[in-house]
Every structure is written in structure tokens, then in C-alpha cells.
Design a protein around this ligand. Structure first.
Ligand code: GDG
Length: 755
């Protein structure tokens, strides 16, 4: 089987297979997605999707024939039975996710059968993807039909770079949480490296749900979940601008335009084009038009509302009911206001050829785009692109993603029929010069933010994710060997290490007894620090009690509480931070929050107060931590104390106390010719920054995420390998004092720790 480097996945393929007179026929369609994909400058690509024919009606030979024919067209089929399509596509995707994500919660149905089918079909797609993708492929998944797929693919292809784009809104947390399978879907999406949305708000809603349902940590659009980084960002989709411009000059569109001129003459044409879907606000639009006719009799006989409604998801009950409702309303309005030679509304429940749609756009004086909720809405953009000589006014719902890029449109709230009627009146009376000015401004934007550029931009970010996947900075074996060689030849060495998350895995409770070093850590620290030419410093946010008890007998330099306490030559010294006087006030606020938050713990240090929420339910933790941060911020107005949010903590400490300052002092003190510094979280970035100007310094981040460090390793165990390389096992075993057991914590210190 051929393996591809670039893989696109969508529910439907750009080629549909059907049976006519017993023979299989293939019909290509050219949607926006197909245009975006064909403009990508990659050769080795394949498109995976359902070919549109019931798998149960196909023989094995026919499947093979379809697979072969589609391969010639750059596609790979996933065969689905009619039952699968009914339960996964019409069911979970369009009877559960679609209504809920468009805020139609009362229309959404929750059924276990739907969910099971969704799971199975996603699995089928994952298996198909694994079959045709190279191990390090770039895979781009489209839309809400496949929210589980990123994680399912990652399980099979751990080296792939995976992108997901959602074409519909991502709802606010309050709506999303209604889904029975909300966590499963988020975990599915978090298998991706890049998750894209049309607009900023949807990306924020997604980040919010990940934080509150999974406890994932997020900052500046990057999520950290189970040791991986996921980018969530807005990539507003555009249209094939040139295609619409070029279409205006074709014979078919010119003929269609001529027919429209003959049919409507001087009548003002108000147009709407959408799939017949309850999210598009069609009944609301009709009500607004009724109001216009009622309040402005001067328009009778002079305007016409032409509504093109394309049949869609006709198998879903809500769509059948909507169609009935629309037809009744149209008849009623035509009955009320129509005359023998004028029907106010012309309603077409059918798909029109592209040439005709463009002619309609070109002729329409007003375009009414009034969705109740819409991911983007391309019709609005297409209308603007199809205007050359004539004027025209776009009336656009605030609830469509497109409003962000089309502020020159008359924006309306679709639920407020009066504002829609008023906007229509405004449009009917707007001077042509103003209409053209607004159109030109929008056209300038649309000609740049095209669907081609949308595809390129997303793939570019996917490439970047692949490059940043740690692999660029990941320490290779050769680099490790080089570092070890440099260490051996150096004469004054300085090794600066964070502890939690760096030398050992992160534990959820602040108690030092839960995080004592294991034998491996102990041995390597012993081996390194026993060498008189090597100074090993542990720089941690932990208290001096914790550090001194963990490393009894080791000649280490210790910096506790981010450097507020330091131990050189066995003696502890503290800075004069003046923090003591603020402790009581801070404690009172923290206690108030702990009192109403199950699982929260307060840790009091000499020069810091920490509120731990690792054991609090994620949603509650998110809310409380944000509130606490705000309240502490209000309390601490002086610049010398600051509130930080770290990994599952809110910490208050003097601003002058940073690990970066400790590193500066250590460098001055030891003037080493070899410096190695390792850490895992944001406080360690201060250390890496401090060493940035020293090209010889080896800085290593443990874990994922953005870092100033020059190198990265995935886990503490890998950092220990690096450290063990410096003092190889031979040296280790030749040292007589290397223990086989960690010395017991002396009873006195143990009691001190428990206090
Ligand atoms: C989803 C999201 C997002 C319509 N009638 C005819 C026809 N069309 C074409 C239009 C346009 C497309 O269908 C509809 O696109 P929209 O964006 O308006 O809406 P959805 O179908 O709901 O699409 C939406 C989109 O995905 C892309 O991400 O913008 O928010 O809901 O291109 O021109 N085309 C032809 N005859 C018709 O009668 N030929």
C-alpha cells in the first residue's frame, strides 16, 4: 500500500459514487475545501472520506473497483453502511452535535446508539488513515464528524503531526458541558497538535472547556495535556475569490443575469441562499420581511424576496418540520400581501447551478444573511465577491463568524425582527455610492483572506507544530556524548537543577514526605557532588526543611523557596524580604477560598504563601484559582510582592526572589567553565534566560512546551541519563561511598518535617 505524506480527512470525498442502471458512476464536486486542498503545494497527498454509497449494496469486486478508481483521483474510500450513516452522520453528528454546537439545546438528542456508531465510524477512519499514512505524515481532519479521530490516529501513528479544523461554532462551556460525552470528545481533540476554529471566540470556548473539564493548563492559545502541547487558534475560512470574479464574465452567468433582468426589471431584489437548516434563521427572516411589508406599504409591488433553500439532511426530523413551517409561512405572507401580478416571496427549495447562484448574487440589491448561529457563513462573502458594477447591501447577522471580517455590512440581531426590517429599509434607501464604498472595502479584504490562503496557513502551522514537537530541541545521543566530553575536560563545573518535575515526577501533594528522592536520584547527585571540581546546586521552590532533609549528607548547594533561603558550605542564610508582615492578610484570603474548595491546601513558607489545587475538581479549581488571583491582586498593591499562577498553584512571593537571581549569584561565585542547568516549569525559565547569553551553557527543559532552554528531554528519567553520562557507572561504582540505600532521614528532621 502506498503511504502518503499529506492526508486530508472529511466525511464526504470530493468524488461521489452512485449506481445508475446497475453501473457505478463517479461524480466530482468542487467545494471550498477541494479548492483549498488543490492549492496546497504538496505532491504526495491523499483524501480520505466516505464515497456516498451504501456499503451493504457493494460486492467485494465493486469495493475493489471503487478503491482503484478513487486512487486515480487522489482519494481513499472508507465504506459505510446505511445504518452507520444513519446513526453516526444523521444521528450523533447532526442530531446531537450540530444542534448543540449551534445553541439549539432543545433540538439535540442524546442516544447511546448514536454515540456507539460515532465511536465505531471514527475508529474505522483511524484504521484507514493508519493504512495509507506515512509514519511522520501531516494529517488534517475536517469537522465535527471526527472529534475522536485525532487521539485515535495518534494511538496508531505516534510520529504523525495531526491538525483538526471545526467548521461550526465551538459553544461556550455552559452549553458544551451538557453533552454526555463531553470529556471523551475533548480528549479526542487533544490528540491533535493544532485545533483550528473560524474565530477567536470559538477557540477560547474550547480552551475554557479543556481547562474546566480536564484540568488542562492553557496559556496564549497553547494547551498542555498529558505531556503534549496543543495549539488552539482561529483560522477564518475564506472563499475562492478569483473564481467568483471570473464566473461573472462567463456566458452562462451573463445569460442567467439577463434572464433575471427580464424577470424582475426595476424591482428591488432581496436574496437569501442557504441550506434549509434551523440554524440559518429562515422563519425569523420571513417574520422580518412580513414586518417590513406591514410597516412600509410603499414597497408593495416594488420588492421581491427570493429565497433559495437547498435541501439538506432530509432524513433528520427537525429538518422536515422546519421545511413545513417555512412553506406555510411563505404562503401566508404571499396570501396577505400579494396581488394578482405581484407575489412578495419567491421560494425555491432546490439546488441551483453555480452559474445561476453567481448571477443571483450579482443582481441582488440586498443580501439577507440572518443565521441564528453560523460558524462562518460563506454566502455572505460570496455575495460581496460577486459585485462588479452594480451596488448592493449585505445585511449580516452578528451571530455569524463572518461578521468579524465584514464590518461594513449592516449587522443585525436575527432574533430582533424589527432591527432586520429597519436594516432592510436602510439598505433600500442607501445611496449607491455608499453601497459601493462598503463593497470595495470588504472586497479588498476577501481577495486576500481566500480559501487558498486559509489552507496554506493551517498547513504552515501544522508544519511548525511538527518542527516544534520537541524533536528540534530533543537531546540526541551524539549531543549527550558531546556534553559528557565537555564535562570531562572542564575544570570547574556547575550543575544547577530544579527538583520537582525535573529530577523526579511531579506529585500532587505539597508534603515533602511524598516527594523524597529515589535511589537513582540520590546516587547520581552523590557521584557528581563528591567530585571536588563539581558544584551541584538544587534550586527549588520547596522549603529549606524539605531540601535539607532529602539530601542529608550530600555536599550540595541548596536554594530553597526560589532562593529566599540559600545554603552554601552547609549554612543556611535567608534574605530580608519583609514578606512576614503580609502573611496574615494573604493567609486570611487563602483560607476563605480553601474553606469553600474541597481538596485545596495552603502551604506556608517563610517567604511565600502557596494555594495548591491539584486535588480540586478541575472546573471548580479553575474558577476558584481565577477568583483568588484577582482578590490577592487587589490586596497586594505594592510592587514588591506578586501573585503567580503555576502548575496547580497560586503563589504569592516577593518579586525580588527568582531562580534567575540565584543562577546569577552562582555563576559569579563559582566562575565555572562548564554550566548545566535543568528545569521543567515557568519558574525555571528565569534560570534559562539568565544563561542565554552564555553560548557554552547547557540548558535543558524537562517536558513539553515553549522554552528558552537550548535542549529538551521528555521525562526526568531522561535527564538522569544525561547526568549519569557525566559520571559514568564505572566512576559511580569506583566511588566507595556510593550508597545502595538512601540514608534514613534522621528522627529529629523527620519530626521537623511532620510539624
Ligand atoms: C458550514 C458552516 C461555514 C448554497 N446553495 C447553493 C449553493 N450553496 C453553497 C454556497 C456556499 C455553501 O453552499 C454554503 O456555505 P455556508 O458557509 O453558507 O454554510 P454551511 O453549508 O452551513 O457550511 C458554515 C462553512 O461550513 C465553511 O466552513 O462557513 O458556518 O455551517 O458556498 O454558495 N451552491 C450552489 N447552488 C445552490 O443552490 N451551486
Amino acid at each position: 500500500m502506498n503511504k502518503f505524506q499529506t492526508v486530508i480527512i472529511s466525511n464526504r470525498l470530493p468524488v461521489s459514487v452512485s449506481r445508475k442502471d446497475g453501473k457505478l458512476v463517479y461524480e466530482a464536486s468542487s467545494g471550498g475545501l477541494a479548492t483549498a486542498m488543490s492549492s496546497l503545494e504538496v505532491e504526495d497527498k491523499v483524501w480520505i472520506g466516505w464515497p456516498g454509497i451504501d456499503a451493504d449494496t457493494l460486492s467485494d469486486d465493486e469495493r475493489a473497483e471503487i478503491t482503484q478508481e478513487l486512487a486515480g483521483r487522489g482519494c481513499y474510500p472508507v465504506f459505510l453502511t446505511a445504518e452507520e450513516v444513519e446513526l453516526y452522520y444523521e444521528g450523533y453528528a447532526n442530531d446531537t452535535l450540530w444542534p448543540l454546537f449551534h445553541y439549539f439545546q432543545s433540538v439535540a438528542h442524546y442516544s447511546d446508539k448514536y454515540w456507539q456508531a460515532y465511536l465505531t465510524v471514527n475508529e474505522k477512519f483511524a484504521a484507514a488513515t493508519a493504512e495509507v499514512s506515512a509514519d511522520d505524515a501531516r494529517i488534517w481532519i475536517q469537522d465535527y464528524h471526527f472529534m475522536l479521530l485525532p487521539a485515535q490516529i495518534r494511538e496508531r501513528l505516534s510520529g504523525a503531526t495531526i491538525g483538526f479544523f471545526l467548521h461550526i461554532p465551538f459553544p461556550s462551556f455552559e452549553i458544551f458541558r451538557l453533552l454526555p460525552q463531553r470529556k471523551e470528545l475533548l480528549r479526542g481533540l487533544l490528540g491533535a497538535d493544532v485545533v483550528g476554529f473560524h474565530v477567536y471566540d470559538y477557540a477560547q470556548h474550547f480552551l475554557d472547556s479543556c481547562r474546566r473539564l480536564l484540568g488542562a493548563s492553557a496559556s496564549s492559545g497553547m494547551l498542555e495535556y498529558e505531556g503534549r502541547m496543543v495549539k488552539a487558534a482561529a483560522y477564518p475560512i475564506g472563499i475562492d475569490y478569483d473564481k467568483f470574479r471570473a464566473q461573472l464574465d462567463t456566458r452562462e452567468t451573463k445569460d442567467a443575469l439577463k434572464q433575471l433582468e427580464d424577470a424582475y426589471g426595476k424591482q428591488k431584489l432581496i436574496l437569501s441562499v442557504d441550506r434549509l437548516d434551523y440554524s440559518k434563521g429562515i422563519p425569523e427572516r420571513l417574520e422580518a420581511f412580513r414586518l417590513l411589508l406591514e410597516q412600509h406599504p410603499e414597497y408593495h409591488g416594488k420588492v421581491k424576496l427570493l429565497m433559495v433553500a437547498v435541501p439538506s439532511r432530509t432524513g433528520v426530523k427537525a429538518y422536515q418540520e422546519l421545511r413545513d413551517e417555512i412553506e406555510k409561512t411563505v404562503s401566508r405572507i404571499n396570501g396577505t400581501f400579494g396581488t394578482v401580478d405581484w407575489a412578495p416571496i419567491s421560494y425555491q427549495f432546490q439546488n441551483r447551478p453555480f452559474a445561476e447562484i453567481v448571477a443571483l448574487y450579482a443582481r441582488a440589491d440586498i443580501m439577507l444573511v440572518t443565521p441564528i448561529r453560523d460558524g462562518m457563513n460563506l454566502v455572505a462573502k460570496e455575495y460581496v465577491a460577486s459585485k462588479k458594477r452594480r451596488g448592493g447591501v449585505l445585511i449580516l447577522s452578528e451571530m455569524a463568524g463572518a461578521i468579524d471580517e465584514l464590518p461594513e455590512a449592516l449587522s443585525i440581531n436575527p432574533n430582533n425582527a424589527q432591527t432586520v426590517a429597519d436594516a432592510t429599509h436602510h439598505a433600500l434607501t442607501m445611496p449607491v455610492a455608499e453601497q459601493k464604498k462598503r463593497l470595495t472595502d470588504m472586497q479588498q479584504r476577501l481577495s486576500v483572506v481566500t480559501v487558498q490562503n486559509w489552507g496554506k496557513e493551517f498547513m504552515h502551522d501544522l508544519e511548525q507544530a511538527a518542527a516544534q514537537d520537541g524533536s528540534r530541541k530533543q537531546l540526541s545521543l551524539t549531543q549527550r556524548q558531546r556534553i559528557a566530553a565537555r564535562y570531562q575536560t572542564a575544570t570547574r563545573r556547575l550543575i544547577i537543577l530544579d527538583y520537582d518535575g525535573t529530577l523526579r515526577g511531579f506529585v500532587k501533594t505539597p508534603s515533602p514526605l511524598a516527594a523524597t528522592p529515589n535511589l537513582r536520584v540520590w546516587r547520581v547527585l552523590k557521584a557528581l557532588s563528591d567530585d571536588p571540581n563539581t558544584t551541584v546546586a538544587i534550586v527549588s521552590g520547596r522549603t529549606r526543611r524539605a531540601l535539607s532533609s532529602w539530601f542529608v549528607g550530600l555536599p550540595l548547594v541548596l536554594a530553597a523557596e526560589h532562593g529566599a533561603w540559600k545554603r552554601y558550605d552547609g549554612k543556611w542564610q535567608q534574605i530580608d524580604s519583609g514578606f512576614k508582615k503580609d502573611k496574615k492578610r494573604i493567609r486570611q484570603v487563602m483560607e476563605k477560598y480553601s474553606g469553600r474548595t474541597k481538596g485545596a491546601e495552603i502551604e506556608e513558607k517563610d517567604h511565600a504563601m502557596v494555594w495548591h489545587y491539584a486535588n480540586v475538581e478541575p472546573d471548580v479549581a479553575f474558577k476558584r484559582a481565577s477568583e483568588l488571583k484577582r482578590e490577592l491582586g487587589e490586596l497586594l498593591v505594592d510592587d514588591d510582592i506578586a501573585v503567580h499562577e503555576g502548575r496547580n498553584i497560586v503563589e504569592v512571593k516577593p518579586t525580588a526572589v527568582t531562580k534567575g537571581n540565584v543562577v546569577r549569584e552562582l555563576r559569579r561565585h563559582y566562575a565555572a567553565d562548564f554550566v548545566l542547568c535543568a528545569g521543567d516549569d515557568y519558574t525555571d525559565e528565569d534560570m534559562f534566560r539568565e544563561l542565554q547569553d552564555d553560548p557554552g551553557a547547557v540548558t535543558i527543559k524537562v517536558g513539553q512546551g515553549d522554552t528558552t532552554a537550548r535542549h529538551m528531554v521528555a521525562k526526568p528519567a531522561q535527564l538522569l541519563r544525561v547526568l549519569e553520562d557525566l559520571s559514568p557507572v564505572s566512576t559511580l561504582s569506583s566511588l566507595t561511598e556510593i550508597p545502595t540505600k538512601i540514608p534514613k532521614i534522621p528522627r529529629k528532621i523527620y519530626r521537623w518535617l511532620k510539624r
